[in-house]
Design a protein around this ligand. Structure first.
Ligand SMILES: Cc1ncc(COP(=O)(O)O)c(C=O)c1O
Length: 391
């Protein structure tokens, strides 16, 4: 078999895997056929180091137009004055902005952020930068409070909204845009775009580090971010992915995306309530967004074992540390569930009861191979009539 055929056979196999299972990884989603088409287009052939109108290569007129559309759509979607759509990933978007992060956590009793404690840490550590962001926090964030804390110690404030950006774009959660110096996000989670990153500035400002043009004029923050992305962190931009980002931002500006993201939140709320009914311990007792983190210690199963058993039943989710976890990151006491992907497949709040029933059966019977096989068949049957993407 040729190498190419092998790869395409595996792509078919992966498509089948995605179709037959229940996808609860909070960072994943299913993109529209248009977004996938742009990713697999001729744009992948184009080198375009630099920025629209200022490229290091010829023949960039068309990709310039595409990149400008993506930039404009991102600015409208988030109400920001500046957008850089080139970061190849969320990590690279962050790398371009990082100076020196400080660490804080949630409260042991409530699972919530305590802004007084964050303030105390900031006073003690005097960080250059504070990052407001999380991968497994199911509550809304007070970015205004974060800005007050940052200003009180002269720190730069970065919000990483990789997870909730789709909900923030449609006004379902607080926006960091008016409060944070710079905002980063991935484009492939709740935003439902191609795999990639995005950097935003609500209102551009003179950089606080005293970096000047030759003329003596202070550079704007957006000038520094552009330089940090290219050439600081990356070479040629992925123009096919930027084209797909432009399409995804356009999709997210439509009312149908508001219906979608509203349903993501309703589904997460319903799933967390069903889990509570079955005795599961949700960190912070519920969710305001698209995900939830479950402490499995009262169920006598580790995150690692729960993840493994769920995957065998074609329910994909990931193990996750819980606050003050006594187990290693490779074992963990928790598991994280998210509803962005199953909502794209058209599942509604009433379906969450069924999903939680399936999850609970797996966790109760995690050592029973026969039972897990039966649940897998039920999962496959439940998802068989649902396409990956419902507009
Ligand atoms: C909050 C947050 N920021 C950044 C990232 C990294 O994004 P990427 O995988 O695109 O580098 C993640 C990944 O899940 C994330 O949860």
């Amino acid at each position: 078999m040729s190498n190419t055929k092998k790869i395409f056979d595996l792509i078919k196999k992966e498509e089948q895997r995605q179709l037959s299972g229940i996808e609860l990884i909070a960072s994943e989603n299913f993109t529209s056929p248009d977004v996938m088409s742009a990713c697999g287009s001729v744009l992948t052939n184009k080198y375009a180091e630099g920025y629209p109108g200022k490229r290091y290569y010829g023949g960039c007129e068309v990709v310039d137009e595409i990149e400008n559309i993506a930039i404009e759509k991102a600015k409208v979607l988030f109400g920001a004055e500046y957008a850089n759509v080139q970061p190849h990933s969320g990590s690279q978007a962050n790398q371009a902005v990082f100076l020196a992060p400080s660490f804080y956590g949630v409260e042991k009793e409530t699972g919530l952020l305590n802004y007084d404690k964050i303030n105390d840490i900031a006073k003690k550590e005097q960080p250059n930068m504070i990052i407001a962001g999380a991968s497994a926090y199911s509550r809304d964030m007070d970015f205004k409070k974060f800005r007050e804390i940052a200003d009180s110690v002269g720190a730069f404030l970065l919000a990483d909204i990789s997870h909730p950006s789709g909900l923030i774009a449609k006004g379902l959660l607080n926006s960091p845009i008016p409060h944070c110096h710079v905002v980063t996000t991935t484009t492939h989670k709740t935003l439902r775009g191609p795999r990639g990153g995005l950097i935003l500035i609500g209102k551009d400002f003179e950089n606080p580090f005293g970096i000047k043009f030759k003329s003596g004029k202070l550079k704007m923050m957006s000038n520094l971010v552009d330089l940090a992305v290219f050439p600081g962190n990356q070479g040629g931009p992925l123009e096919h992915i930027i084209g797909a980002k432009g399409i995804a931002f356009g999709e997210a500006l439509q009312d149908s995306f508001l219906n979608y993201i509203n349903q993501v939140k309703i589904n997460a709320d319903s799933m967390s309530k069903e889990l509570v009914k079955r005795g599961y311990n949700i960190i912070s007792n519920g969710t305001d967004n698209h995900m939830m983190l479950i402490d499995l210690r009262n169920k006598n199963i580790t995150g690692k074992d729960a993840e493994k058993a769920l995957v065998l039943a074609d329910i994909t989710a990931n193990k996750n540390m819980v606050p003050f976890d006594d187990k290693s990151p490779f074992v963990t006491s928790g598991i994280r569930f998210g509803t962005p992907a199953i909502t794209t497949r058209g599942l509604k709040e009433k379906d969450m009861e069924k999903i939680v029933e399936l999850i609970d059966s797996v966790i109760i019977n995690y050592n029973d191979t026969e039972m897990i096989k039966k649940i897998k068949n039920e999962v496959n049957e439940f998802m068989s009539s649902r396409p990956l993407f419902i507009a």
